[in-house]
Design a protein around this ligand. Sequence first.
Ligand code: SAM
Length: 254
Amino acid sequence: MLIDIITIFPDYFRAVFDYGIVRRAAAAGLVQIEAHDLRGWTIDKHRMVDDRPFGGGDGMVLKPDPIFAAVESLTGARGAAELAGTGVRVVLLSPQGRVFDQRVAEELAGAERIVFICGRYEGVDERVVEMLVTDEISIGDYVLSGGEPAAAVVVDAIVRLIPGALGSETSATNESFSEGLLDFPHYTRPPEFRGLRVPEVLLGGNHAEIARWRRQKALSKTRRNRPDLLERVALTEAERAWLAEEEPENFSGE
Ligand code: SAM
């Protein structure tokens, strides 16, 4: 997979992608990530990327021309319409976008190439949204100063889904959200720490029992912290019964 990031702060990403799974995936040739300086596509002598908003108001807006030039030179296509069905996505990070979650990460992980555009100031000229991007993505209902931290989050979540990026092929399928639930609790040595014992079932070596315990803990943690997720998961009769028994007053089940 090829990932390009268009930003006015390309150095921001040097440290961000230089660790852990993303670094390993890049070293293994599974992904190539490049941060490009938007100013490289300006043509005026001051290398201006922003300008005042038409209609007045606070702040500056990122100009459309360098962004169009950047995306067109990277993709070879003129606008989002030409990219339909090509496996290339052009993603604008924006608080106005569709909210990023594991489903969106899985969808984007299927792309061959993704070009991310990081906004700054008041955002980007709306013609970028109208013509150039295939996706507007928000990482949550809050406003960041720039798209760079959002791009770092989205790229990390996508890269770990590329086959081979994690040590074990099954790791990503056991994580929070992959099956609609939060992950189960994990423990490691020592078996007792500050008076807290690791649950006996995990020490016993009975894999069926461990799997059942983990599923139940995932269910109960999801109900406690993210009941909205639980409503969308298909539960077995036995799981419903177990949940109803565990905390009947909080569980609607339907
Ligand atoms: N005026 C914009 C608004 O109110 O919707 C906010 C602009 S914000 C200060 C500057 C840039 O940060 C945005 O263009 C976008 O690239 C990025 N950004 C801010 N919040 C974000 C979020 N929740 N998700 C993704 N990108 C975000």
